[in-house]
Write a protein that binds this ligand. Structure first.
Ligand code: NAD
Length: 342
């Protein structure tokens, strides 16, 4: 079967990881990336041998790239003319404008969490509602927190059913290097319910969800605490078995030294993962507890990399390369090196 031709528009935190993820997929071809300016990410790409072809939103800005020596392969529209699907990872709101161009070229596109839900035919999660994305033109990925949250809740839902959840999110306020967000020292709260709880109900309407969110001045990952009411009682052993069997969930132990979000980031660096990325969410074994039959547990969300696997699932769904959910997520996992029982 011919490889699916993919373009990535916006080569920032998410776009550079999407490009790397697509390049690893044996049945996809990354035709190129698009950006507006010679950012540090593009300079680093150039210094590392320029493995991807670069196209510009505005070709008039090519002299700024020539001055550094970064090769430019053409305009964004020239890239759009050669791809089947676009992964749009531009800052929130720009995807909505780009959508008109994607329509003009008859392309499918997958947008990230910063766009409004109306941009897409389907609000998508590879594990929870893969079938809804089949053959659709425009998908929107859940945000980083929602992607990781749904992974864990969907796993329990498929085990025993889930009636309701209440979550508390401790949200990293900026990505590493985001100096434009300021030097902060405060905890900022948002009104309930947070958008992640509302978004989860859009994708899993049978689960009643609400949540509270606190922004914290850290950069290495969010932590979500979840209180979940299952449809029938479930043991800690069964939960651990389900989480361990999930290739995108890593069970870790405080006793082994995983006592913080930063320990997970450091571990990913020690593994040699590019940029210290972790695609998996983590569940702390010692942080699973019960209040009656309700389950209390906590997950770590590596915000920069967590949405990459589900976005690639989106390519498989909208292109109908796999119609079976588990076959599709399994292919993505295989190419990204994600395994159960790590
Ligand atoms: P970013 O600012 O790191 O990167 C955006 C990139 O797009 C930059 O390289 C910028 O130069 C480029 N760009 C700007 N205007 C453009 C245009 N008109 N055409 C092409 N490229 C353009 O942003 P990000 O953090 O990667 O966020 C992208 C999307 O992913 C947003 O919807 C965001 O909400 C979502 N998201 C971000 C995170 C995260 O942790 N950063 C996690 C999940 C989802």
């Amino acid at each position: 079967m011919a490889k699916v031709k993919v373009g990535v528009v916006g080569y920032g935190t998410i776009g550079q990881r999407l490009a790397d993820g697509v390049a690893l997929q044996g049945d996809m071809e990354l035709r190129g990336i698009v950006d507006v300016a010679p950012t540090l990410a593009l300079r680093a790409l150039y210094e590392s041998g320029m493995p991807y072809d670069l196209f510009l939103v505005d070709p008039a800005r090519k002299p700024a790239f020539d001055a550094i020596g970064i090769p430019v392969s053409g305009s964004m529209e020239e890239l759009l003319a050669q791809v089947d699907v676009v992964l749009d990872a531009t800052p929130g709101g720009i995807g909505a404008k780009n959508k008109e161009l994607y329509k003009k070229y008859g392309l499918k596109a997958i947008f990230q969490g910063g766009e409004k839900n109306e941009i897409a035919d389907v609000f998508f999660h590879g594990y929870a509602n893969y079938e809804k994305g089949l053959g659709q033109d425009f998908l929107k990925l859940t945000s980083c927190n929602t992607t990781g949250l749904i992974r864990a809740v969907d796993a329990i839902d498929r085990l025993v059913g889930v009636e309701k959840i209440a979550i508390t999110i401790i949200r990293r306020v900026a990505d590493p290097g985001d100096t434009h967000r300021g030097l902060v020292d405060l905890l900022m709260v948002e009104a309930v319910p947070n958008h992640q709880a509302v978004d989860l109900m859009t994708i899993m309407p049978h689960v009643d969800a609400t949540g509270f969110l606190v922004h914290t001045p850290i950069t290495h990952g969010h932590i979500i605490s979840i209180v979940l009411t299952p449809k029938k009682a479930v043991s800690k052993a069964a939960l651990l078995e389900t989480f361990r069997a999930h290739p995108r969930i890593r069970v870790v132990r405080i006793a082994d030294g995983f006592n913080s979000n930063a320990s997970l980031f450091k571990y990913a660096r020690d593994l040699g993962n590019k940029r210290g990325d972790m695609y998996e969410i983590a569940v702390w074994e010692e942080c699973i507890g019960f209040s009656g039959e309700d389950i209390l547990f906590a997950i770590n969300i590596p915000q920069e990399a967590v949405t990459i696997p589900e976005t690639i699932d989106g390519v498989r769904a909208c292109m109908r390369t796999q119609t079976d959910r588990l076959e599709a997520v399994g292919m993505t996992n295989k190419y990204l090196g994600l395994k159960a029982d790590r």
